[in-house]
Structures are given as C-alpha cells and as structure tokens.
Write a protein that binds this ligand. Structure first.
Ligand SMILES: [Zn+2]
Ligand SMILES: [Zn+2]
Length: 176
C-alpha cells in the first residue's frame, strides 16, 4: 500500500502567487479543487482506447498533459479516490486514475511524472475560445478502437494513430 502520496508532487507542492494561476480545476461537486500554473500543456491528445471509453463513460478521452510541478491543490485531498486499472485496485499505484470520492467525476490520469488533466474540469475552458485553442489536441491516439463515428473527426487536420503517438501507424482520412 502506498500511503505516502500526500507527501509527493503534485499533492505536496507549494502554493505560488495567485496571479500565476492559468487554470482552476475542480470536480463536479466542488470538494476537490486545484490550480495549474502552466499556460500550455506539454501535449494534448484525444484517446479512443476502450479503457478510456469505459473509465471515462465517454466516447473518447481528452487529456492535457502537465508536469506535476505546475499544480497546486487548494482543497479536497481527503476526497480523492485512486484506481489502478492494471491491478484493478483502489490505491495510489502509478499510473492511476484520480477522481472525486463524493461525486465520482474523473479529474485526471496520474502518471509517474506527468498529470493528464481533463480540461472539462477547468473553469476557464468553459469561457473562451482562446483557451480551447491553447489546449487543443495534437492528435488522436488508439483511433483503431474508436467507438464514435469517423465523420466527427474526418479532415480535422490531426494525425490519427492506430495506437500510441508516433509509435503506431497513422490511419488516413481517405481510408476510413
Ligand atoms: Zn466531487
Ligand atoms: Zn486511452
């Protein structure tokens, strides 16, 4: 059992100046709140794998990847729920899913060094097209497992990888 997660980033991070906050994230019920200080994610992807579909309860998962150092938790550390899908246990074993115990809304996928945030949880995301542009996905991954109609993304200009980014074949729009 890993009980020391609270003493590691991003949970142990120190608060920075409020002026540096770029995104305010929260779960649906508002118990869990954290901020992100980086304006641009390291990468942003739409993942169409079966695991993301089921765990997210959505046709695909949009994840914006930030270094753990750019986060600060304002509240709700005691309301976090972790799930490791490889071992099928609710424990903080990385990589794991992070959600809210109370409202069950998914917050992020936590990797060893990176935090894959779901921009639906960002307050700013709902407000401006400029923000949507900054968080825009660079590609589709696991497009071979998609459940949503190909018409939704046809000719969107983004590469569509069969599996992992840059490590699998690209599915061409003309072939679907
Ligand atoms: Zn909640
Ligand atoms: Zn996935």
């Amino acid at each position: 059992m890993s009980l020391d997660w609270e003493s590691n980033p991003p949970y142990s991070n120190v608060k920075q100046d409020d002026k540096l906050i770029k995104y305010n994230a929260s779960c649906y019920c508002g118990l869990v709140k954290y901020v992100i200080y980086d304006e641009y994610p390291v990468d942003s992807t739409y993942c169409h794998c079966h695991g993301c579909q089921q765990l997210q309860g959505a046709p695909y998962q949009w994840a914006c990847i930030f270094p753990k150092a750019s986060l600060y938790f304002l509240s709700g550390l005691d309301s976090l729920k972790f799930y490791n899908s490889d071992e099928n246990i609710q424990d903080h074993i990385l990589p794991c899913k992070v959600s809210c115990k109370q409202c069950s809304s998914p917050l992020a996928d936590e990797g060893r060094r990176m935090w894959l945030a779901f921009p639906q949880t960002f307050k700013q995301f709902r407000l401006s097209e400029t923000v949507r542009e900054k968080l825009k996905a660079s590609c589709h991954i696991f497009y071979g497992q998609r459940t949503i109609s190909s018409d939704c993304f046809k000719n969107d200009g983004l590469p569509k990888f069969q599996g992992h980014k840059n490590k699998s074949n690209i599915i061409l729009d003309q072939d679907i």
